[in-house]
Design a binder for this molecule. Structure first.
Ligand code: ZN
Length: 97
């Protein structure tokens, strides 16, 4: 069968052909991914795990999405950290009564 998963970051879809037998054992949680598919690369296993779990980030975006996630000293030039560092919106100053 063909397994596919869509990247949450760039929305591209990766697909992979696997054998039905190992796939069914794995999707029913009767086998670990590395036991059911010992010949797949790490990227291909990520695709399978993303397909089953409903959340997938492709290997091309992995470095972007997870880069410097737990670094204390992140430069302000990083567009990902800038979105988390927005100033307070002006409407928060309005009185409630
Ligand atoms: Zn991607």
């Amino acid at each position: 069968m063909i397994v596919s998963a869509t990247c949450k970051h760039c929305h591209s879809t990766d697909s992979l052909r696997v054998e039905d037998g190992p796939y069914n054992r794995w999707i029913n949680r009767e086998a670990l991914v590395q036991d059911a598919f010992p010949d797949l690369t790490a990227d291909q296993r990520e695709l399978l795990i993303g397909h089953r779990g409903g959340w997938f980030v492709c290997h091309r975006c992995w470095d972007v999405v997870f880069a410097d996630d737990d670094e204390e000293c992140v430069s302000g030039d990083d567009p990902l950290t800038q979105t988390w560092d927005k100033p307070e919106p002006p409407w928060k100053d309005e009185p409630h009564d």
